[in-house]
Structure formats: C-alpha cells, structure tokens
Design a protein around this ligand. Structure first.
Ligand code: PMP
Length: 393
C-alpha cells in the first residue's frame, strides 16, 4: 500500500509538467479507486460465485458496490455491471428493443448520441425498427417538445444522453422522460448519463428513467467497468448467455477489482460534486474571459452547457494541427470528440456548423485535478499557436 502511495505521489510530480484538459475522454484513476482495486486483487480475490468464504467476501464487495452506486444514481432498482458504457448502451438498446418488439417498432433518439447508441440504433434500423433522430435547434440546444412530437403508441424506446460529450450541451432529459410517459407509459426511457454521473446531480427513479448507462473511467475509476441501471419492473432481454451472473443480463465472472474501484471513485465524486462544480464554473469563466481577446476563436458549446466541457473553434487551423501544437507543450485536449478519431464530428454537423468551423473544433474538458494555472498555460499556448500556425499556412 505504501509503495502504491509513493507511485501516486511520483505521478503527481510528473503531472506538474502536464496539463491534462481531456477529462471527458478519460480521467486519471484516483487513489481511493486504485486502493480499492488493489485490495480486491490481492486480498479479497475470490470468485463471487464460489460457495466458500473467500467467494462470499468477493460477492460482498460486489453487492456493496452495487448498493452504493444505485443509491448515488437515486434509484431503487438494479445495477448490472458491464465492461463500460459502450456495452451498457448496447445492452439497453438491443435488450429493450428485443423485449418490446411485440408492442411496437419505433425508437426515438437524439441526433447527437455517442456512437455506442447511434450505431446500435442503426443496427436495429437494419433489423426493421423505425428510428427517429431528433436534431438540436440551431443554437445547439434541444427542445423536449421535439422529442415528444415523435413519440406515439408504437414507440417502445426513447434513448437520449444527459450531457453531450462534445459540446457539453445539457439535454432536457427530465422533461423528455415525463412528457414521453404521459403520451405512452410503456415507452422505455434510456438515458446515457456517462458525462453527467458523478458530475451533476440527478435522481433516476424520480426523473422516470428506466435504464441509465454509466462508465467508470470518466470518473476516476479504471477503464473497463461500467453499469446499466434498471428501474424496478423494467424488463430487458440479454445479449450474451452464460453462467447467469448479473441477473443473467451480463454473464461472466464479475471484475471485482474494477467494480470496487468504480464504487469508490463514484463515492468520492459525489462527496465533492458541489465544490468541484464551483471550481469548474470558475475555470470556465476564466477561460472564456481570456478567449475573448482572441478574435480567431469562437465558442461552439451552447448556452447553458455544463461548465466542465468547452468546445471551441480556432479559425483557419485544423483541430489536429492545433491539438499536436498544444501537445508539444504538454497540454492535452481533444479534437471534437476522442471517439470520432478525426472524422467530421456528427454532433457539430447536426448543429449545422460550417464545415471549416467543425474541422477546427477543440474540446477542453476539466477534471478534479485542474487548477487556474492550467488555463493560463492553455491560453498562452493557444495564442502563440494562432500566430505561428497561421503564418505557416
Ligand atoms: N456515452 C458517452 C456520452 C460517452 O462520452 C462515452 C465515452 N466517450 C461512452 C458512451 C462510451 O463509454 P465507454 O468508454 O465506457 O465505453
């Protein structure tokens, strides 16, 4: 344990030369999560399905983590552990579509969903489901009425993200869920809460969410663990078959270390949520203030976006060029979204941004370890980059 503490401290020292502003892509694992994982790997390492006491100890860890995460989600239902939100989203969409196909065949999603929802919806469309995609309004925000106008008595599933991973736009999911249930109470509401869980408060059951996807590595747990919350009384069908673990919805031996780490990290995030949000507000204000002096920059994040994500475009300089220029100074940001790997961002495209503006978009995302000096480093280097890179053109 002492050795681990030393390693974490060394990492912290090394980090002083790094300015990591890509926290929506992934985060550095927090000490609490790393220690929980280490304990589960080296001490309580039994298989939760084993009948002996070591198995029971491991099972206890999984049960405790599940209980803790369900509570933090504001729920009273079940949580199925998965390998990450991509799997949670696949399970939610395929599982709900399969369970609901006799009731109807319409699925409503937003036009800015993460590929793990968008591509799954496309696969369902190829199977014969009718998928309606709701675009943002020209300002980048969404209107609940646009979703509910698409809901009818054939709608079996509505899937919508809570916070957009590229722009930080907040989608009015509570309003959408409420209005959808009034039109068709049988419609299953799935919320991709990956960029919201542990960062902004919500209460799944109170809001009427039937399924909620979450991911560990966005909130300081290791990569490879996620969850799908399932409200009491909601039935979905499995995608994989095996030994019956996770209520048969996600069979396979549970990754106890990752699960324990996920719960530990989520507890930390929730306990500091208010304080961190105040800090993100401050960092966001500071960044916007400094950007005002740079006429080459325009902000793409819509009004009311979360404070921890800011999407901007640098006129005339392609995203990857500026991204690598910043990287040379140890500053790490994202071009649009880390998931789209250089492809034109479907989110910025859905917002109808001109192509050159979408091609020069950068996403800055704050996390728990960022400080005001990071903003100074970023803006100084951005300013320098705008002058130098523009000259090279
Ligand atoms: N949904 C959203 C909104 C995301 O931002 C991401 C990760 N970029 C995912 C789903 C997929 O999560 P994971 O990496 O855990 O598979």
């Amino acid at each position: 344990m002492i050795q681990m503490q030393q390693t974490m401290e060394q990492t912290q020292t090394r980090e002083t030369t790094q300015t990591y502003l890509d926290n929506s892509a992934t985060t550095r694992v927090c000490t609490e999560a790393a220690q929980a994982a280490l304990r589960a790997m080296t001490e309580e390492y039994g298989n939760p399905s084993s009948l002996h006491s070591m198995g029971m100890e491991a099972e206890k860890l999984v049960t405790q983590a599940r209980k803790s995460l369900v509570k933090l989600l504001g729920g009273n239902g079940e949580l199925v552990f998965t390998s990450g939100a991509t799997e949670s989203n696949n399970l939610a969409l395929f599982g709900a579509a399969e369970a609901g196909k006799r009731r109807g065949n319409r699925i409503v999603i937003s036009a800015v969903e993460h590929p793990s929802v968008a591509e799954t919806a496309l696969a369902l469309e190829k199977q014969g489901f009718s998928v309606i995609r709701i675009p943002p309004r020209p300002d980048g925000n969404f209107c609940a009425e646009d979703f509910t106008a698409a809901v009818d008595d054939q709608t079996i599933l509505l899937s919508c993200m809570m916070v957009n991973n590229e722009t930080g736009a907040r989608l009015p999911v509570e309003k959408i869920a409420d209005a959808t249930k009034r039109i068709n109470p049988d419609t299953i509401i799935h919320i991709d809460a990956v960029q919201a869980f542990g960062k902004i408060p919500f209460s799944a059951d109170k809001a009427g969410f039937d399924l909620v996807s979450i991911s560990g590595h966005k909130i300081y747990a290791p990569k490879g663990v996620g969850g799908l919350y399932i409200r009491k009384g909601i039935r979905i069908l499995p995608r994989t078959y095996g030994g019956g673990q996770e209520r048969g919805l996600r069979p396979g031996t549970e990754s106890v270390p990752l699960i324990a780490a996920f719960a530990a990290a989520a507890e930390c995030c929730h306990s500091e949520m208010q304080k961190k949000n105040a800090e993100y507000e401050m960092l966001n204000r500071m960044l916007r203030e400094r950007l005002k002096d740079m006429p080459a920059i325009c902000i793409n994040s819509p009004e009311g976006a979360v404070p921890y994500i800011l999407n901007l475009s640098v006129s005339g300089i392609r995203s990857e060029i500026m991204l690598h220029y910043l990287e040379q100074a140890g500053i790490y940001v994202s071009s649009g979204s880390a998931c789209s790997k250089g492809a034109a961002s479907p989110v910025l495209t859905a917002m109808n941004l001109p192509r050159d503006r979408a091609d020069s978009a950068l996403r800055i995302s704050f996390g728990r370890y960022n400080i005001p000096a990071d903003i100074c480093r970023l803006t100084e280097r951005l300013e320098e980059g705008i002058t130098r890179l523009a000259k090279r053109r």
